[in-house]
Design a protein around this ligand. Structure first.
Ligand SMILES: [Zn+2]
Length: 222
């Protein structure tokens, strides 16, 4: 039996990832695994930091704060031998032929990802991270995002980012703007992204693909 830790709220706007974290605990437990969810403290995450940053700090905002790195390092130290997987959302690109009746799942190497195109996908995928201040793996779960409503704090912050970067053509600005787009759960549900099919796909991805690789690598290190 392996201990699996699911990390959520690295990007707090990715609400479907947070919900799937809770659902996956039950799903993986029923398959005989020891699982828990750990949420990144709100104030360490990019979402909160963006919302609270003065405009002049936006240009130099790092994706991962020192506090976040420290938190992840402690998680590794306090749980030696645990498989730690971060759950994220990425933008959904519909397939031809309507609602998905099957998701296919791929595992990618972090070094081979081509950002930001890889953030828009039809199927979930997992990323294997090199040893660093990150979980060993991340799973990107497709979701539909929406623009924040006019006049809200999110919309105002997006405007500040556009102004700080002098427009939105800048790739970094695009990325930060994306971090302030809320997941649209209703639209995601209608598109078939929130159901049992996705839940089972994610559970199988962890149990059948990530876990065996991770266990093999752990054996090699011994
Ligand atoms: Zn994310």
């Amino acid at each position: 039996m392996s201990k699996i830790i699911l990390v959520t709220k690295t990007h707090a706007n990715e609400v479907s990832a947070t919900l799937f974290g809770r659902r996956l605990v039950r799903e993986l437990q029923s398959r005989g695994h020891k699982v828990q969810v750990r949420q990144l403290p709100r104030e360490y995450g990019l979402f909160y930091r963006l919302l609270n940053a003065p405009p002049e700090k936006l240009l130099r905002m790092e994706g991962q704060s020192e506090e976040e790195k420290g938190w992840v390092s402690r998680l590794h130290k306090e749980n030696p031998g645990a498989l730690i997987i971060a759950l994220h959302n990425c933008g959904f690109k519909p397939k031809e032929g309507g609602k998905p009746n099957k998701f296919s799942f791929t595992l990618k190497d972090h070094d081979q990802l081509k950002f930001p195109n890889d953030y828009i996908v039809s199927d979930p995928y997992a990323i294997k991270y090199p040893p660093s201040f990150r979980p060993q793996y991340a799973i990107e779960i497709p979701v539909i995002y929406k623009d924040p409503s006019r006049g809200t704090l999110l919309a105002r912050k997006q405007q500040e980012i556009r102004e700080a970067f002098g427009g939105i053509s800048n790739e970094r600005a695009q990325k930060l703007l994306g971090r302030l787009r809320p997941a649209d759960l209703k639209a995601s549900k209608q598109a078939g992204l929130m159901g049992e099919l996705m839940l089972k796909t994610l559970a199988e991805c962890i149990v059948q693909q990530i876990l065996p690789i991770w266990m093999d690598e752990r054996e090699e290190k011994k």
